[in-house]
Write a protein that binds this ligand. Structure first.
Ligand SMILES: [Ca+2]
Ligand SMILES: [Ca+2]
Ligand SMILES: [Ca+2]
Length: 215
């Protein structure tokens, strides 16, 4: 698997939805600029294609143009899993694009598994989001907090699941099957089952059924 970093926001973290749309389309085309280059209808997991298996978006706003949703629906229909930060406004629902049905919205927990007041409610999953060591400008590292940090944990777990399957010669999971797997392996905290604080629970990369191949 390869990692593509696509810059869509300027410094201070602001940008345009048109750039977000373009980046989603880029991730689906991959560096060769073509969706499904061999025309077999398979994109995710096809060695002939270079599309992203998962798109991770640590960004959001209270609303988004429908064209963002359209781009997400296209990528999802090709089997690309899409993960986004639930947002840090303390609202009852995730921000966009996390709020779209196709997107896995990720909320934050702290080191005591508590959900901070600012983590938007009703995420799909929760993951660590307080004082996470992150890459930072000028080739540095810095401890950062927010659902942006949480989002990356879920995206990485998706990548781990898909990469392990592909390494075993198995088909990648569809986004829908991936989500079912992540729900069932998550730590169900708060009230039983889905709840507005943790969603289906805290993502557990270590509880995925397949173990990595020995190196
Ligand atoms: Ca391609
Ligand atoms: Ca193909
Ligand atoms: Ca629960």
């Amino acid at each position: 698997m390869e990692l593509y970093a696509i810059k869509v926001l300027a410094n201070f973290g602001f940008g345009y939805w048109s750039d977000v749309i373009e980046s989603i389309e880029w991730a689906l085309r991959g560096p060769d600029g073509v969706i499904d280059s061999d025309g077999d209808g398979v994109v995710v997991g096809d060695p002939d294609d270079d599309a992203a298996e998962v798109i991770s978006m640590s960004l959001g706003d209270s609303s988004a143009p429908e064209a963002v949703h359209d781009a997400i629906k296209v990528a999802y229909s090709y089997g690309v899993a899409i993960v986004a930060a639930a947002g840090n406004e303390g609202t009852e629902t995730p921000c966009y694009p996390a709020a779209y049905d196709e997107v896995i919205a990720v909320g934050a927990i702290d080191e005591s598994d508590e959900v901070p007041y600012w983590s938007n409610r009703n995420p799909e999953l929760a993951a660590p989001g307080i004082s996470m060591l992150s890459t930072y400008k000028a080739a540095g590292y810095k401890e950062l907090s927010g659902t942006s940090m949480s989002c990356a944990h879920v995206s990485a777990t998706v990548a781990l699941v898909q990469a392990t399957r592909l390494a075993h010669g198995e088909e990648p999971l569809s986004p829908s099957d991936l989500r079912t797997l992540l729900h069932s392996t998550a730590d169900d905290l708060g009230s039983g089952g889905y709840d507005e604080l943790y969603g289906y629970g805290v993502v557990r990369a270590d509880k995925q059924s397949r173990q990595p191949l020995p190196s």
